[in-house]
Each structure stands twice: as C-alpha cells, then as structure tokens.
Design a protein around this ligand. Structure first.
Ligand code: HEC
Length: 203
C-alpha cells in the first residue's frame, strides 16, 4: 500500500513537471542560448542514427562525372554557400546566427555520399537545413553530392571556374534561386524583378 502511494505521488509529480515545462515557458527556444551538453549529445545521436538508417538503401551513381560536378557547383554557389561557406565566402551573417551552426563544407564533409544525398533531399528538422527535394530532382541533388566530394580540395580559382561553368545542357529547367552569392551575381543570372533565370550559352 505504502509502495503504491509513493509510486502514484512520483507519477503525479512527473506529470505536473511535464505540464509546467510545456506551459510555463521555462524552456528557452532562443537560437543564441545553446543546449546543455546532455541535450546536445542526445540530439546529435538521434540525428546521426536517423540519417544512417534512412541512407542505408541509397545507391550513389558514379560521382566523378565532370558534368555532374559542374552542375552541383553552380547550385552550391547559388543555394548553399550562404550557410555552408565557400572558398570566396569565409563567413556569412546567416551562418553566424544559426543554431545548430551549419558545418563549413569547405573543410570537411562528415556525411557519406548516400547520407549527404538523403540530407540534401529531405533536410533536417529543427535546424536550418532545408529539404531541397521539394524543388530539385534526384540528379540535381547527386550533382551537389558529387561537388561536395571535391569542395574541400578546391582552390579559390578552381571553385570560381566551376561555379560559373553552369554544368551542361541537360540542366535546362528554369527556377528561382533567391540566395545569390558573389560567385553567381554576374552574367549567369539575369535579374528581372523577382525572377532570376538561368541562361545557358550551350543551348
Ligand atoms: C539556411 C541554412 C542552410 C542552407 C541554405 C543549407 N544548409 Fe545544409 N545544413 C544546415 C544546417 C544547420 C546543417 C546541420 C544540421 C544539424 O546539425 O542538425 C546542415 C547540414 C548539411 C549537411 C550534413 C553535413 C555533414 O557533414 O554531415 C549537408 C551535406 C548539407 N547540409 C548540404 C547542403 C547543401 C548541398 C545545401 C544547398 C543545396 C545546403 N546544405 C543548404 C543549414 C543549411
């Protein structure tokens, strides 16, 4: 009997503190207030196992294809360098304020090709990493993965040449990239009000 009462009291206290946690606003959601080391470690573990489990059946195509890499480079400069940096972009205002902070992909890519594909396609909840699969087909995403294998070894000149090469003619779809960086703010994008279109000289 005594045991039962103790168990009920403990259960009641746990439920009350769960309600207090949710409804009093005691948890600070601010991006400039880091998680505790414990919370961070749990989130990191959940994330890496979730990605590894979902990327297991993803089969990478050959990633050494020059066209694939060039297409990825152009997309990376337009859509990713603001958060993940580039040889011509050592810091950015958006990256400085994001939590978790986007990894600097010019240094090292931790994800395997299959994992990187999955992350780029589906994004990561509760981080700034968007699901690019909403607007890009699988071959564009493999282009990004192929480019990311090369990025840490590229010099500034090599990066700029690739980012401006715009891939090949199979990349014909028109879409809007609203995060233009220095690397692509040139003749490769024509600004027509809100709209930016790709112009391929090789078509
Ligand atoms: C708004 C900022 C933002 C943009 C734009 C963005 N990312 Fe991310 N990305 C993140 C964040 C934040 C993480 C880390 C998430 C985490 O730690 O849970 C991340 C993680 C990743 C990872 C996993 C890194 C690793 O080493 O395991 C890859 C790969 C990646 N992003 C690729 C891309 C690509 C490619 C693009 C462009 C198509 C892109 N990201 C655009 C914020 C961004």
């Amino acid at each position: 009997m005594k045991f039962l009462i103790t168990a009920l009291l403990i259960a009641g206290a746990l439920i009350a503190s769960a309600f207090a946690f949710v409804y009093t606003g005691m948890f600070n959601v601010a991006a400039d207030a880091p998680h505790s080391a414990f919370t961070y470690a749990i989130m990191e573990t959940v994330r890496s196992h979730s990605i590894a489990a979902r990327a297991r059946d993803v089969q990478p195509p050959p990633l050494d294809d020059a066209t694939l890499i060039a297409t990825g480079a152009e997309h990376y400069a337009a859509m990713c360098s603001g958060c993940h940096l580039a040889p011509d972009k050592k810091e950015s205002e958006i990256r400085a304020g994001l939590y978790p902070q986007p990894p600097d992909l010019t240094k090292h890519l931790y994800a395997s090709p299959a994992e990187a594909f999955w992350v780029i396609k589906h994004g990561i909840k509760m981080s700034g990493m968007p699901a690019w699969g909403a607007t890009h087909d699988d071959s564009s995403i493999w282009g990004l993965v192929a480019f990311l294998q090369k990025l840490p070894e590229l010099t500034l000149a090599q990066y700029q040449a690739l980012a401006e090469s715009k891939g090949e003619s199979h990349h014909q779809h028109t879409h809007e990239h609203n995060d233009h960086t220095g690397a692509t703010m040139n003749s490769s994008h024509v600004h027509d009000g809100q709209k930016a279109e790709h112009h391929h000289h090789d078509q």
